[in-house]
Every structure is written in structure tokens, then in C-alpha cells.
Design a protein around this ligand. Sequence first.
Ligand SMILES: Cc1ncc(COP(=O)(O)O)c(C=O)c1O
Length: 357
Amino acid sequence: MNRKIYNFSAGPAILPQEVLEKAQRELLSFDGIGMSVMEISHRSKAFADVLERAESGIRDLLNVPHDYRVLFLQGGASLQFSMIPMNFLKARADYIVTGAWGNKAAKEARKTGPVNVIHSTEQSGFKTIPSQDEIRFSPDADYVHYCSNETIDGVEFNYDLEGGGIPVVCDASSNILSKPIDIEKYALIYAGAQKNIGPSGVTLVIIRDDMLGKVPEGQYSMLDYRAIAANDSMLNTPNTWGIYLVSLVCDWLGQKGGVAEIARLNARKAQILYDALDSSDGFYRGHADRDARSLMNVTFRLPSEDLETRFVAEATAAGFNGLKGHRSVGGIRASIYNAFPIEGVERLVEFMKEFNR
Ligand SMILES: Cc1ncc(COP(=O)(O)O)c(C=O)c1O
């Protein structure tokens, strides 16, 4: 079996080797029960324990306060783009747009009600992140939505937004669990699992209790956070296998020292790569402004599209996978999530120097 590939995929992305090995060992018989996790009832004691481990894993890693619920949903982060306005948009919602995903979220919300884009960096090409002081909320906003790390553009907030009384809703799909965050700043924070939490098909939603009381009467059950919370994420059959993998990823991250420790490693990995861009005499040009640079998705250009095509082809042949930028923006993107090893970054930098030469 050949796993000697450095996997820079933006998502679904690399999972920790130890997690895959454990899942492989337990594939046929989970915890000695003689059946796979995929083959047992979600109402069984064995699965109840898995769900409990996944939930407590997230709670411990992110220090989630007691007045928040930790939910595992389906439909990806994209369903949250719809569910959030369907549950909480009454008068108007504020959206901060710093990249492609924030844009999509705002577009989806407009189908439900008035959206005020209070800050957008689209005109300047999604290279920057506003400071807290630059943000002015609408006085009657039901919530403010932002994306803490724009996976396609490679820009990241390096602070938790303060809503000043307005509930803060955050898409943290591509940087959750990569560093400590202050959950208390958020009314709702969500993430598709397929970068730092587990496989695709699970969406993590952490929601403050008071938000559940705002869900409109008559909401469709599967879109109703209150009903989902009341049923402990099991209003219908959950993604049992995916949640099992989430529990293993949480165990793995806990053993690595948790989010504070992984944040140090993530910062080092990103530094190595950004240093390589900055010391290339302009051959590699980072997309994001320096103070907006994502530690998870490093986006850059080469002098021409032809060179970018050659770069990706030669990198792929040399065992570096997933470096092609998103189809909407082109260029190169190296995604270096929690499970991505530092030596992979070092090898890529060697390759980049050689390619430049
Ligand atoms: C920041 C962000 N938000 C939302 C999404 C959409 O996620 P999903 O495919 O789970 O709907 C992605 C996917 O990559 C993402 O990176």
C-alpha cells in the first residue's frame, strides 16, 4: 500500500494515519462486538458511546461551555448557508464577505430575507481581512455571519469577531480545531468535517442554547436546530461511520496536546511555506496580504499560467498531491491542515526551490 504521497488536498483532506489505522483495525468488529460501526443501530449502546465520545471530544478540545449544544448534522456546511437564515433571519442579517464561501453564504441567505453585506473585500480580490474596528453592524441585525478562513482565497481572521450584542455566526469549516478559539464569542459556529474534523458527510454545529429558542414555530423538522438538539443529533439516522471517525480524530488531537499544541505546529508549517514565497524574488507570489494570510490554505501564483500548469504536473509526479488552486481562481493552493506533516512542507519547499532554479 503506497501512502508516500504528500496530500495537500483542500478537502476532503488528509486524515491522521493513526486514525485510519485504528479504523482499519476496527472495521470488521468494533470494540469486540463482532460487527462494524456501520452495521449497528444508531440507537444501540455501542453507538451511543461513540456519539458521546465525539461530542465530549469536541467539547474538551474547544472548551465548549455548558450552555452550548454540540450537534452533528448532514448536508455539509452548505446546508448551514440555508438553515441559518431559515431559522434566524427575521428583520435583516449582516454578512461579512472576505472570500468565495462568505459570498455563497450571503447569496443563499438572500433567498430568505434582507441581507446587508456590511463589509466585502471582493473589489480588491479577496486578499484582506478587516479589523474589528472597521466593522459596523446594522442596529437591527438578527445576526452577523462571517467565514473565519476562506479556503479558496487563503485569507484567515486571526481574531474571534466581537458582535457587540449581535449574535455572531461563523463558518469555520477550514480552520476549526486548528487553534484555540473563544466559543463564548459565538452564537453559532459550524464546520463541514472534511478538513480538520473527519470525513465529509458530517457537519459540526456548536450552538448557544438561547438561539434554539429563536427557531420559528412550524420549522421543517430536519432544518430545525431545536428539534435536532432535543433529539441529540438523532432526529433521523445520523452518519454513524463519520461520527465514529470524528471521535477518533478528537482522540488523536487530544493525544497530540490539543488545539494549543497543534496551533504551534500549524504556525511553524505555514511560516516555512510563506518564507519560501517571500524569499523567491517574486517567482512565487502569495495571494493574501501578509496580515491576512491563512495558516491552513496557502495560496500563491507563479509568473504565468503555463508555469503553474508545469508546476502542478511536476509536483504531482514528485509525490505532492492536490496543489492545483480552486477552479474558480486558479494558481496554486497548498492546504496544510492539522494532520499534514511538517516534513511534507519542508519537502515541498525543497521542490519549489528546485523548480524555481
Ligand atoms: C469555508 C467553507 N465553507 C463551506 C464549504 C462547503 O462545505 P460543504 O461541501 O461541506 O458543503 C467549504 C468547502 O470546502 C468551505 O471550505
